[in-house]
Design a protein around this ligand. Sequence first.
Ligand code: AHM
Ligand code: MG
Length: 333
Amino acid sequence: MSIFVMTLARHIIEQERKFPQATGAFTKLISDIALAAKVISHHVNRAGLVDIIGSIDNQNVFGEQQQKLDVFANEALIRSLRFGGTLCAMASEENEDYIAISDEFPRGKYICVFDPLDGSSNIDVNVSIGTIFSIFRRTSPDESPVTKEDLLQPGYSQVAAGYVVYGSSTMLVYTTGTGVHGFTLDPSYGSFILSHPKIKTPRKGAIYSVNEGNYNLWDKNVQQYVNWAKRSESGMKSRYIGSLVADFHRNLLKGGIFLYPGDLKNAKGKLRLLYEANPLAFIIEQAGGRASNGKERIMNVQPMELHERTPLIIGSKDDVTVAEEFFQGKHQG
Ligand code: AHM
Ligand code: MG
């Protein structure tokens, strides 16, 4: 029996060794994210035991109600990353503006954007939630102040992306552009252990995930696609948790498609290009799948603002292609 265990820390170091010019900063950055993820995981697991859940008297910048664990997860990530010396700036779904690392802290060349606790409406009902992150290099010269343009980079400029799902176990899944690797947190040792090396998503799946409660708000093409998916000939079945990370993670492993289209109320849907769509798009492409906004590849979209929303169709290659064709009016349902 082999006693060799590949931890996340060892895995990142081995990846970084492939680049002779690497300084170790990237390894440190992922370790800082992993540390915050362990702290968040610990608190998520205790959420039913302590009086930590429930809304507090503030709303985030968009008027959405924040819950205590969202605030906690956001703080955990900001603190872990602020002192790490690897970043020049970060941005969070929970903060209106980006956070530049000030002169009092050591600075690095990376930028990290994240959704600290996605699926927050599921916190107090014991349903899986997650953290999503995306990493870029700054484009402006190292010594100059960071600008918003440094943060508004298209998805294809990402150097790494990942997510953590706090589910029946806690898993961290990441890519640096050389495949997708999944690590499961061993709670007794506090280490992320490689459990899902080189994840590939099936070329075609049997699951479609969409909030059908929005059916009457969709345009006819989106309705036609879902009408088709519901018919037995499509071979599809519906699964929708309402936690993007959990829905995405299941579909990544089993194959299928997740959709959050625009609708009459929100032309660009609900999800954020920087914090949600781009990182998951990088992962799904590295796993052999596709991500589209219905018209073009998600990772080709030039972001115009930090909190920009985007329609999202993401998952198995063939399933995304069929949905895209419906969205463009090329099929009748
Ligand atoms: P959040 O970032 O405020 O938690 O919202 C994002 C979540 C996703 O996890 C999920 O896919 C989506 O909202 C569900 O939205 P809906 O309830 O409209 O189906
Ligand atoms: Mg979110």
